[in-house]
Design a protein. Sequence first.
Length: 135
Amino acid sequence: KTLFFIFFCIATYSISNAQTTDLIGSWEIIEFAINSNENSDIRTEDQLKKDGSVWNLFFMEDGKFKQTSNMSGTGTIDSQEGTWKTLEDELTLELQMNGQKFNLNYTFLLTENILILNRSNPMGTMKIVSKFKKQ
């Protein structure tokens, strides 16, 4: 039992470490969905490109992070910088915005060159699913 437990811990660490390493790089939005109790709105890669939507993520080896996007509703491209960290399937981004720090918490799934980020509002009535492709 002890040997199995040690193997399990090593395997879990190796998978977690590999996922962290695979996050490093540049990512571009390819799908964006907002699901609420009543509605679902999914924007595909073609729709996002047609609309001129931009959302790029940059994960750096030193734990630094940057995102650029024009999807906040202002119509301008905004950038935020900060740090990132993972724990199992949880991704935490600590960002600077208007002189204040705040955390964005996601669950994530990483398969080949696709990153899927899931985030819900505190009441659980709305879920945002964002899919990115590694550049």
